[in-house]
Design a protein around this ligand. Structure first.
Ligand code: 5RP
Length: 241
């Protein structure tokens, strides 16, 4: 079992390294989750000390509120248009820098923001690095209308891909069905392992009631993995191509 204090030190190390990538005047995407929140705090600290301008787009209401409260300039993505860099956390990072995201139910906005950026950089602790995606339940955002039918369609897709009898769980929070920032539901797919992420992504995207799944394939260019001693390991996409 990983010590939570060590994990926090690791997240902070990754966040600090990511803050160093930010250049004055950048248009920046801000991720969601505990690691992204540490990044936002560290970034706000640097901006306050150095007094430069940034234009930020947030990937969730929670991040927008945090960033605004710390004095960062948060704008609608439509007003910024395109971003230079997005910094976000992840639930799993594989050796090809493919990711599972959505543990914080924000992967829809996270994917929109990441794919509207020149570069997406993931910050994470070592516990997120995996050999193969899938131990973390894969989040799938679905429209509430017909969600049982959508769930059945997902089940059929999983069956076709050799992933039979994998539980599909409607995400709850405090006993109530969780609603995303867009008012949708999250189905968490307990897959254990995903042998072919590309095939699964294609099948999920083809289901009408699916808004977006948490597989981020070929989107992240750099992962900064923090260590408890404050050092970081950088995994670069160029290294793997
Ligand atoms: C939110 C996400 C987060 O980036 C992911 O869940 C990691 O969160 P944390 O940094 O708290 O471990 O995808 O939708």
């Amino acid at each position: 079992m990983t010590d939570p204090a060590q994990t926090d030190l690791s997240k902070d190390a990754a966040a600090r390294a990511a803050v160093a990538l930010v250049q004055p005047g950048m248009r920046l995407g801000l991720g969601t989750g505990s690691t992204a929140a540490i990044f936002v705090r560290r970034l706000a600290q640097r901006v306050a000390e150095e007094g430069f301008e940034l234009r930020c787009a947030a990937t969730s209401k929670a991040t927008a509120e945090l960033a605004t409260s710390l004095g960062l300039r948060v704008e609608d993505l439509n007003d910024i248009g395109w971003l230079d860099l997005t910094i976000d956390g992840a639930d799993e990072v594989d050796p090809d820098l493919n990711l599972i995201k959505g543990g914080g139910a924000a992967h829809l906005r996270e994917k929109i923001v990441a794919t509207a950026s020149d570069r997406m950089v993931v910050i994470a602790d070592q516990g997120k690095v995996v050999d193969r995606l899938g131990a973390f339940h894969l989040p799938v955002e679905v429209i509430p209308f017909g969600c049982q039918t959508t769930k059945t369609q997902i089940q059929h897709a999983l069956d076709d891909l050799g992933l039979k009898h994998r539980p599909i769980l409607l995400r709850k929070r405090d006993g109530e069905t969780l609603l995303t920032d867009e008012g949708n539901y999250i189905l968490d797919l307990a897959l254990e392992a995903i042998p072919d992420p590309q095939a699964l992504a294609r099948r999920l995207s083809a289901i009408a009631g699916v808004v977006e799944h948490g597989l981020f394939l070929n989107i992240c260019q750099l992962a900064i993995i923090g260590c408890p001693d404050g050092s970081v390991v950088e995994l670069l996409r160029e290294d793997i191509e």
